[in-house]
Write a protein that binds this ligand. Structure first.
Ligand SMILES: *Cc1c(COP(=O)(O)O)cnc(C)c1O
Length: 355
């Protein structure tokens, strides 16, 4: 810390992203990226737009905003495009949170929520998940605070049905409910259509997971026009050109190529079922998942041991040294070949443990 760093941030602990090591080629199953490249139309759109990078991007990102609005059946003034959905989550804490208007979220969820809360000096109360790592919707009904809930949740992969989400939104009319749908395309139920009936619902989604654009940094929020206007006030007070030309062009092309991404999501869901069964055969406890990852607990070793043993064998997964989940690991679901490499490395560890 320099002597210039504001004391406001002295106690801030920044988010730790999953490692992106450059030292060797890993089977990379640690940050829930898609194993599939963007569609050829998206690659072509990026290349064409690169030739126009001398010009600022459209601050309203009109083309991709209209494409997203049409895809989700809302009007363009109910959509805000952002530089990865992390950006709109931060905007939401900044726009709707203050000392009197805190947030609640599950104790085991996306690690960025507490960081956004701390950065913006917004109180955040964590509500424990049940012992089976499911969200009890009753905990959130009429809770009297703003809510941020990932559905499906991360790193557990468990999802709530739409009816539960609607009840949470309905019973908190005086507070904003942010539903983070980063993983919804892998078997969850989107609540995006509810924004037309509830003015306190903000749905966030990303192009990073199901749409193979993690490196493009593109996400969006869907909410009633007044909520979107508030978030735009924050956006225009920080960075009007938050979405660059290439990413906006990629996003519009990706929406147009929906069939390609739906097919990839189906493949990942098949590989998820295959891997969950194979892990259970090897003694793992595996949570039901509606996401492109599995949350699993090995029986033959600890969570940290599994992470380190697999890394030594060239397979990266994610582990948190955190109460309640230190015995567990989160494994991104990739191609069948990647899953077989994972299973071979696990078999090697099991052999070594039994030797
Ligand atoms: C990956 C992820 C995001 C955001 O990702 P971006 O790349 O910033 O769009 C948001 N929420 C959860 C739960 C995630 O896992």
């Amino acid at each position: 810390m320099s002597r210039f760093f504001s004391s406001r941030h002295a106690s801030l602990t920044a988010y730790t992203p999953g490692e992106q090591p450059q030292d060797r080629r890993y089977v990379k199953l640690n940050t829930n990226e898609s194993p599939f490249p963007p569609s050829p139309a998206v690659v072509a759109a990026a290349a064409a737009e690169a030739a126009r990078l001398q010009l600022y991007s459209d601050p309203e990102s009109r083309a991709v905003t209209e494409a997203v609005a049409a895809r989700y059946g809302v009007s363009p003034d109910m959509v805000l495009m952002v530089n990865g959905s992390d950006e709109i989550l931060n905007f939401a804490f900044l726009a709707f949170g203050d000392a009197e208007h805190g947030f609640v979220c599950p104790d085991i969820s996306y690690g960025f929520y507490p960081v956004f809360a701390a950065l913006n000096h917004v109180p955040l109360r964590e509500i424990p998940l049940r012992d089976d790592f499911s969200v009890d919707p009753e905990d959130y009904c009429g809770v009297g605070a703003n809510i941020v809930l990932a559905n499906p949740n991360a790193p557990t992969g468990r999802a709530l049905p739409l009816a539960d989400i609607e009840r949470i939104v309905q019973t908190n009319p005086g507070h904003v409910v942010v539903i983070d749908e980063a993983y919804v395309d892998f078997g969850g139920e989107s609540c995006a259509a509810l924004v037309k009936r509830y003015d306190n619902l903000l749905v966030t989604q990303t192009f990073s997971k199901s749409r193979s654009l993690a490196g493009g940094r593109l996400g969006f929020g869907i909410g009633c026009p007044a909520l979107i206007r508030d978030l735009n006030t924050i956006k225009y007070s920080t960075n009007p050109y938050n979405v660059n030309r290439m990413s906006a062009a990629c996003g519009a092309a990706a929406i147009a190529d929906d069939a390609y991404y739906r097919k990839n999501a189906r493949t990942i869901m098949e590989n998820r079922a295959y891997t969950a069964q194979a892990l259970r055969q090897r003694g793992f406890e595996v949570l039901p998942s509606a996401a492109n990852f599995l949350f699993a607990r090995p029986a033959f070793c600890g969570g940290g041991e599994l992470y380190r043993g697999l890394k030594a064998r060239g397979v990266l997964i994610r582990h948190w040294d955190k109460p309640r989940i230190e015995a567990w690991c989160r494994i991104t679901v990739g191609t069948k070949e990647q899953m077989d490499a994972l299973l071979a490395a696990i078999d090697d560890m099991i052999r070594e443990a039994n030797a």
